[in-house]
Design a protein around this ligand. Structure first.
Ligand code: DC
Length: 215
């Protein structure tokens, strides 16, 4: 019998559908799920609320070390301002080190874990037996984010969202520390022309193949 935790690493750019897909996968396999973007967002929110600067790495690291993984809630952390601040502090190596340590501890929970983010397959869990890189064109991702906001009854500007998606991509892919990129052994899942259900089916067959090989 093996007691080793089974980890599924899911990476990709903003609004590619990783969140929905990760939650579905975690539910299907009875695994714990961590949306690692929320750890960056929670750090950013704590800095903003305390009136602390977003460009002081030592201060941001201290706050990052205080983030509790248990109570992270996307609804409370979804504001645009928090996302922008999160992507600024996510370039800081000391902040990343602190949050990666906490994410690695989470990844060891039995019986298995699903972590989604930007650097899970490359940095946080490089030994994960399943790595997925979920992507879609910037146009499709902007449209999905727009539809999601409008479906909540709010108003949105598609062009502004598109520009925001592209800016976020540049920052995530262009940073020196842990830039967003597929791990060499990641399965690429382009969901531009795929429903979330089709993406889930594709992910499930990849995971099941690895699970049966490991059984
Ligand atoms: O996925 P998100 O929008 O909630 O992520 C917020 C910011 O955190 C985003 O700019 C990318 C960054 N991030 C990261 O650098 N590494 C991760 N593993 C997850 C998110």
């Amino acid at each position: 019998m093996t007691t080793k935790t089974f980890t599924i690493a899911i990476d990709g750019p903003a609004a590619a559908g990783k969140g929905t897909l990760s939650r579905r996968i975690a539910e299907q396999y009875g695994f714990h799920h961590l949306d690692t973007g929320l750890t960056y967002r929670a750090t950013a929110k704590a800095l903003l609320e305390a009136g602390l600067p977003l460009d002081d790495e030592a201060v941001a690291e201290k706050i990052a070390r205080e983030v509790e993984l248990g109570g992270l809630d996307r609804d409370m952390l979804s504001q645009h301002e928090i996302g922008e601040a999160a992507s600024k502090i996510a370039v800081m190596p000391a902040v990343r080190r602190a949050l990666v340590e906490a994410q690695r501890r989470f990844s060891e929970k039995a019986p298995g874990t699903v972590l989604d983010g930007r650097d899970i397959g490359t940095v946080v869990c490089p030994d994960a037996p399943v790595k997925l890189y979920v992507t879609a064109s910037p146009e499709v991702r902007a449209r999905r984010r727009y539809d999601e906001i409008v479906s909540r009854g709010a108003t949105a500007d598609l062009d502004a969202i598109f520009e925001d998606v592209k800016r976020r991509d540049e920052r995530d892919m262009g940073r020196a520390d842990s830039p967003l990129k597929p791990a060499v052994d990641a399965h690429l899942l382009d969901t531009s022309e795929m429903s979330i259900e089709a993406a889930f089916q594709a992910a499930q067959s990849i995971i099941d193949a690895v699970l049966s090989r490991n059984a």
